[in-house]
Design a protein around this ligand. Structure first.
Ligand code: TRP
Length: 334
């Protein structure tokens, strides 16, 4: 609890380009969470280097990601947006937790198996210990809830296991985090393969709308969206492509599927695609304008980076000091 509010923690990688799926499924719904939770959104640059990165690109993307969050409406005064590498407590607690985590547990992590298959020439110790750093992120802030996708559930479970193990030895040190479900965001599917989620790592760029796509690109991708031959606009499992377009329309306009189906009654697929394209382009153009405005506000963004790192550091260090005392590290002399 901070200021009578539960704590919400989320980390995001600054690799790949955010998609409309990330925006409608997560970001857009996080804007109002600060009313209810003390929210920490951490750009996890230390996780990013488990895969080789180009330094200039990593730096640029990390800054862009922070600005995109702000452009999407996450208020940096009410939410703590910061870089993992600016708060050294993350790495320090991760080291400690490494000593309370078993090789056997880490060996079971499916993401490690997937990533080592993908990066066979760079299976480094950091990649193996990735979930421990993630546990440190979450536990440092005594987070009550963590919004995670299905692919990160296993990491959240191991975080809970590590925290429980630690607590059982040293008493109540860590809050045991729960997954955050909240108001479900829309689950947006690929425009080329509506049975699979829209993903920032999709090889086919036509399947995903990226947040920085211009209007022409957005319209072109929607025009090419995969549909079916029913030639009738309904919201049903049998028409996953049409349903996905309707879901996008609904999420952008805050209307229900029924209302959307009514709007398009008797219309053709071409018209639906154009309308959804226009709606998305409108949304994203607004976000992009704000992003470009922020790009010019260097001092403002720098101020946020500095202040929020200090704020995050304050809470993180409180937990770290407690942990260090519990495990028997010598007291600091002040
Ligand atoms: N591993 C997460 C991902 O790739 C990112 C992450 C790092 C994270 N630390 C976290 C997510 C803490 C939630 C909480 O998506």
């Amino acid at each position: 609890m901070i200021d009578d509010k539960k704590v919400l923690f989320s980390g995001m990688q600054a690799t790949g380009n955010l998609t409309l799926g990330n925006y409608l499924g997560a970001l857009k719904n996080w804007v109002n969470l600060a009313d209810e939770y003390q929210c920490f959104y951490c750009v996890v640059d230390e996780h990013s280097i488990t895969v080789r990165q180009d330094p200039a690109t990593l730096r640029k993307r990390a800054r862009n990601l922070l600005m995109l969050y702000i452009a999407a409406g996450i208020d940096p005064e009410k939410n703590c947006l910061y870089y993992q590498s600016h708060v050294s407590a993350h790495a320090e607690l991760a080291w400690i937790l490494n000593c309370y985590t078993y090789m056997g547990e880490m060996n079971r992590m499916t993401q490690f198996k997937d990533k080592s298959a993908k990066h066979a020439d760079n299976i480094n110790v950091g990649l193996f210990a990735y979930p421990v750093l993630m546990a440190a992120d979450i536990l440092l802030f005594q987070a009550d809830v963590v919004p995670v996708g299905k692919d990160q559930m296993q990491h959240l479970e191991i975080t809970r296991d590590i925290a429980e193990r630690f607590n059982s030895i040293y008493g109540d040190v860590f809050t045991i985090p729960e997954p955050y479900f909240g108001k479900a965001g829309a689950r947006i599917m690929s425009l080329q393969d509506p049975l699979h989620k829209m993903s920032k790592s999709d090889e086919n760029p036509n399947g995903s709308i990226y947040l920085m796509d211009d209007k022409d690109t957005i319209m072109r991708k929607f025009k090419r969206a995969v549909t079916d031959s029913e030639a009738c606009i309904r919201y049903s499992d049998e028409q996953p492509g049409i349903r996905n377009l309707l879901d996008i329309y609904c999420a952008c306009n805050d209307v229900t599927p029924d209302e959307a189906v009514k709007t398009f009654e008797g219309k053709g697929y071409g018209e639906l695609k154009m309308a959804v394209g226009e709606t998305v382009a409108d949304r994203l153009t607004g976000l992009q304008t704000e992003f470009h405005r922020l790009e010019k506000e260097k001092a403002f963004i720098d101020g946020i980076i500095k202040e929020n790192a200090e704020k995050a550091g304050y809470f993180a260090n409180k937990t770290l000091r407690k942990v260090q005392r519990k495990i028997g590290f010598p007291d600091r002399i002040r």
